[in-house]
Structure formats: structure tokens, C-alpha cells
Ligand binder design. Structure first.
Ligand SMILES: NC(=O)c1ccc[n+]([C@@H]2O[C@H](COP(=O)([O-])OP(=O)(O)OC[C@H]3O[C@@H](n4cnc5c(N)ncnc54)[C@H](O)[C@@H]3O)[C@@H](O)[C@H]2O)c1
Length: 243
């Protein structure tokens, strides 16, 4: 098993990509902590996956809740080796109609939330002199998208954040990388009308949408010791959409 005896902390692990990563990581022998604002789904997901997985209710944009949850996890598990910053939302609107609240809701969760969780957990990784951090960005952070200025800015921010963290933490044996998924079949993309989905499909050379498992396979590699010489990178996982 690639990650035997490690402790992994996954944000937004109740559903979609986060749940897919949790499932894969359990199969690879880690203890997994999933946290999410959606307690009902999070508890169910943990039960369904089974094994050494634990759910905690936590809002990544609430500094007090993040600190409390991380302290509880450290008391319980002594360490956190791998952090997957996955929780994220969309709140799409054309720029002309986008309110400050639309903007701040997405930046506050996707970008500030990622900052808060990373800052809190990296202290323990520094003490351990070991850590793997994988941030889930998006190809939209690289290419932009009409109606998603807030989301694109948050994901572009995560890319800059990833590179700065990689430079600050490299000397402590902590790698920090980002995955930029294209179109992955989850709840987030579930409501997109069929016609728009078909248009997206035409832009994907591999002619299929991605699955949470595709993201999980890359997260697994970047979290493993096989990727110990890779840091500060953004890997597109998009069936060839952006190249
Ligand atoms: N699905 C895609 O096509 C796609 C593409 C690129 C990037 N992404 C990114 O992947 C990540 C996962 O998205 P998904 O597609 O699995 O969507 P999803 O909606 O299935 O999962 C997101 C999870 O994050 C949780 N969450 C939301 N706000 C939170 C908060 N404040 N604190 C803690 N948890 C919170 C939700 O409850 C949910 O369980 C997101 O960051 C998203 O931006 C998704």
C-alpha cells in the first residue's frame, strides 16, 4: 500500500471529488479524516466507505472552527501527514449582475478557507518535518469562464498560493502541489443543462468527462513518496481540454 500508516485530512470530503479521494486513500492504508459543512452526507459517506475513516463537521471559512477541529484531530491521531484542500463552491453570475456578496462567498470559502486550513495544519507538518499538501484548483483558474469571475479568481488565487507555500515549506520536507480538474462528474456539475454539457464534451479530446476516481489517482500519486521531488506544480486533469 502506497500510503500505509499516514494520516490524511480531506476538506469537503462528504461528496464528489473529496469522497472519491477518501475512498481511494482508505484502500491505500491511510487513516482518513473528512470534514465538511454537510454533516448528514459526511456521516453517511464515512459509513459507506468504512474502515479507518472519521467525519468532523467543519466550515473551512470559519477560523475558530478550523482551529478547534484540527486540535481535536491532532489530539486523537497525533499527526497529519497529508492535507487535501478540496472543499469549494460555485456561485455563478455574469459580472454585470455579480454582487459583492456573490464575490465574497466564493473567495471566502475557496481561497480564504484554503488559506486558513493550510496555515493551521502546516504548523504540525513543520514540527514533523514531513507533509504533503494537494490543493484542488480548476482549469477555470487558468483559462477563465463567463459567469465565473469569482470562481476563476478563487482558483487562480489557489494556484499562486500553492506556489508560494511550496517555496516557503520546501526546506521543511513539505511538498505543495495543485490539481486543476476540468469537467468532473459530481454534484457541482450535476445541474449543468445537457446541451451545455455536450458543448463541453466537444472541447475534451479524450471525449469523456472525468470521474472523482481520476482526481483521486493523481492526488494519491502527489501524496505519495513517489512524488517527493515534485513541488509547486499545477497538474491539469481534464482529458486534454487545456494544453
Ligand atoms: N466537478 C468539477 O467539474 C470540478 C472541476 C474543477 C474543480 N473542482 C473543484 O473540486 C472541489 C470539489 O468539488 P466537487 O465537484 O466534488 O463538488 P461537490 O459539491 O460534490 O463537493 C464539494 C464539497 O465541499 C463541501 N463544502 C462546501 N463549502 C464548504 C465549507 N465552507 N467548508 C467545508 N466544506 C464545504 C460541500 O458540502 C461538498 O461536500 C471543489 O473545490 C471544486 O471547485 C470541481
Amino acid at each position: 500500500m502506497v500510503l500505509e500508516s499516514k494520516v490524511t485530512f480531506i476538506t469537503g470530503g462528504a461528496s464528489g471529488i473529496g469522497a472519491g479521494i477518501a475512498k481511494k486513500f482508505i484502500q491505500e492504508g491511510t487513516r482518513v479524516i473528512i470534514c465538511d459543512v454537510d454533516a448528514e452526507t459526511g456521516t453517511k459517506t464515512a459509513q459507506q466507505i468504512g474502515g479507518n475513516i472519521h467525519f468532523y463537521k467543519m466550515d473551512i471559512s470559519d477560523e475558530g472552527e478550523v482551529k478547534k477541529t484540527v486540535e481535536t484531530v491532532i489530539n486523537e491521531f497525533s499527526r497529519i501527514d497529508i492535507l487535501i484542500n478540496n472543499a469549494g463552491i460555485t456561485n455563478d453570475r455574469l459580472l454585470l449582475r455579480m454582487t459583492k456578496q456573490d464575490w465574497e462567498s466564493v473567495i471566502g470559502i475557496n481561497l480564504t478557507g484554503t488559506f486558513l486550513v493550510t496555515k493551521t495544519i502546516m504548523r504540525y507538518m513543520i514540527k514533523q518535518r514531513y507533509g504533503r499538501i494537494v490543493n484542488i484548483a480548476s482549469v477555470i483558474g487558468l483559462i477563465g469562464n463567463p459567469g465565473q469571475a469569482n470562481y476563476a479568481a478563487s482558483k487562480a488565487g489557489i494556484i499562486g498560493f500553492t506556489k508560494s507555500c511550496a517555496k516557503e515549506l520546501a526546506g521543511r520536507n513539505i511538498t505543495v502541489n495543485a490539481i486543476a480538474p476540468g469537467f468532473i462528474e459530481t454534484r457541482m456539475t450535476g445541474n449543468i443543462p445537457a446541451e451545455i454539457k455536450q458543448n463541453y464534451l466537444k472541447l475534451i479530446p479524450l471525449r469523456r468527462f472525468g470521474l472523482p476516481e481520476d482526481v483521486a489517482n493523481l492526488a494519491l500519486f502527489l501524496s505519495s513518496d513517489r512524488a517527493s521531488y515534485i513541488t509547486g506544480q499545477v497538474v491539469c486533469l481534464d482529458g486534454g481540454m487545456v494544453m
